[in-house]
Design a protein around this ligand. Structure first.
Ligand code: SAM
Length: 210
């Protein structure tokens, strides 16, 4: 029986990238009852993840028990070339709260920091768009208030020939157990305010009738 949680269904092949403590992936897995349709990944190695997010241990155990493939050291810039991911296609690729890290002395509104976040998204979009089934979707959930809105997610997606199909208010409580994490190297395990957060859904332009 197909089971849904918000935009996601147990019958979709789902790739999650840039996970923090894997609580979002674990939430989907619980909602589906199994996770054999999911690949959940982090940039961090397993060892570094344990240090940054001690809460990942129970989520990773749950994911594996439910049949999820968990991969570490997956960089969104070249994930399409990854030894396992290179031959797989997905219906949905999810990156929640992409963030290129923190730089002492430089605030989030500094142009160099903004450019680093933009570069991360550029790399993600370019790599993700070749990993989709026809009609597949890329979902980026991010804050859409200042200074995060200066990243201009839609413009970056457009550069990768992706078209915005929907922009939906993100409600954290819709995802029981999900704890959004700062990541990076400073206070990694802390949460952060979600401000005005939205899920931006993109499709490849040619699949969308352009
Ligand atoms: C603000 S945290 C959000 C973590 C998690 N998605 C969440 O919602 O709690 C940003 C995440 O982006 C990841 N990240 C940064 N650069 C990345 C890259 N090049 N490839 C994959 N993930 C990356 C970090 O490891 C970190 O986990």
């Amino acid at each position: 029986m197909e089971r849904w949680i918000e935009h996601y269904s147990s019958s979709q092949e789902i790739l999650l990238v840039g996970e923090g403590d894997f609580s979002f992936s674990a939430c989907l897995a619980r909602a589906f009852g199994h996770a054999s349709n999911m690949v959940a990944t982090s940039l961090d190695s397993q060892e570094s993840l344990w240090g940054k997010h001690p809460s990942c241990v129970s989520h990773l155990n749950e994911l594996r028990q439910r049949g999820c493939l968990v991969l570490h050291d997956v960089d969104v810039h070249d994930m399409d070339l990854h030894y396992f991911l290179s031959w797989k296609k997905f219906d949905v690729i999810i990156f929640n709260f992409p963030h290129a890290g923190f730089y002492p002395g430089l605030g989030e509104s500094h142009f160099q920091v903004i450019e680093m976040h933009r570069q991360l998204l550029r790399g993600f979009f370019a790599s993700a768009q070749v990993m989709l089934y026809s009609g597949g979707e890329i979902h980026v959930t991010t804050r859409d208030d200042f200074p995060y809105n200066t990243w201009d997610v839609e413009e970056l997606a457009d550069e990768a020939s992706l078209v915005l199909t929907e922009k939906v208010w993100f409600e954290k409580s819709d995802y029981p157990g999900y704890r959004n994490k700062r990541g990076g190297n400073i206070d990694s395990n802390k949460s952060f305010p979600l401000g005005e957060s939205y899920t931006f859904k993109f499709e490849v332009e040619s699949d969308y009738g352009y």
